[in-house]
Design a protein around this ligand. Sequence first.
Ligand SMILES: [Zn+2]
Length: 385
Amino acid sequence: MVDRIIGKIETGKPGPTVVFFAGIHGNEVAGVFALEKVFGELDKLNAKIRGKIYGICGNLKALASNKRYIKEDLNRLWTKSNIKKIAIKEKLSDEEEELVSLMVILEKILKDDPGPYYFIDLHTTSSKTLPFITINDALINRKFSANFPVPVILGIEEFLDGPMLSYINQLGYVAIGFESGQHDEAISITNNIAFIFLTLVFARLIKKKSLPEFEVYFNQLKDASGDVSEIFEIIYLYRIQNGEHFKMLPGFESFESVSKGMPLAMSDGFTVESQYKARLFMPLYQKLGDDGFFLIRSIPYFALKLSSFLRKIKFDNLLVWLPGIQWESREKEILRVDLNTAKYFTGPLFHLLGYRIRVMDENYLRLYNREHAAKTEMYRGEKWY
Ligand SMILES: [Zn+2]
């Protein structure tokens, strides 16, 4: 059985703290192997490193049985309400125990170690895929991700409840998911090793010139992702219902272009067609999981520029002058838009402003601000910012 802590390096020299997680899903071992390899090599480089580095194992029990999870998906438990519930619960499930143990480590790091912090979560996918980054759309995440020569997917958290990185993001820190390839392919380990080293250089724990293989690692990821290094947003998720028999048609790869009306999967004997001309993303080719497939589209450059600008000038402060739009609380974390007004504004506008559109009741749309929580000041002095 693997240990919770795969590796830990305390250089004693002041600098950022980088925390890598692997095996949050127990059938995704590439990150665990990659971290074991990297920590071996980091020991030799020790004199040239500053700050602190952690490699942490996610779902130990699921890793031991090579399953995505034992009872429930550990990467869907990290909502504030659920964590409160777990804190007072007497008998915990396997995954709840794992969460508590990870939470203790996380809190200790945030208490004892200096920032800026970087949290990186390593995953693999069941389908063939280019390596890619997933982030919650806060500018600090976007800017740090822009260093890597791989595609970036924004806003996956709008479709998923309780991924660990969204929880860490709400605390305000840079939090980046890296999907290195298909579960059991050797290249998934190679891509992870490259990503880990590049992270340490971009976060300035290792100087570029102290890492002779820098170019090799950079080109490894650049080649593995072909010519694709755009920023994409998710426009659709096919969610599998309880009891539904869902099966992807064979042979699809993540990032493959699909046309509107193209048959993608079978559900209870019926064909599931693509609703859009888009790229297919994370088609499900394993038994466990509720997310059948996503569709994604690249975000035009001008929209990315416009959204940085609108966020910098805090354009949302002007929106609340309009009828039907108000802050839900004084902390300006949640915008409440009444549904009559919401008709005139589209989701994309609020996405540009950094909002996550999530909970709706009969009268209101509630929009959660991802930018508000970001501890931007912590990162402003960093080179990539
Ligand atoms: Zn995963």
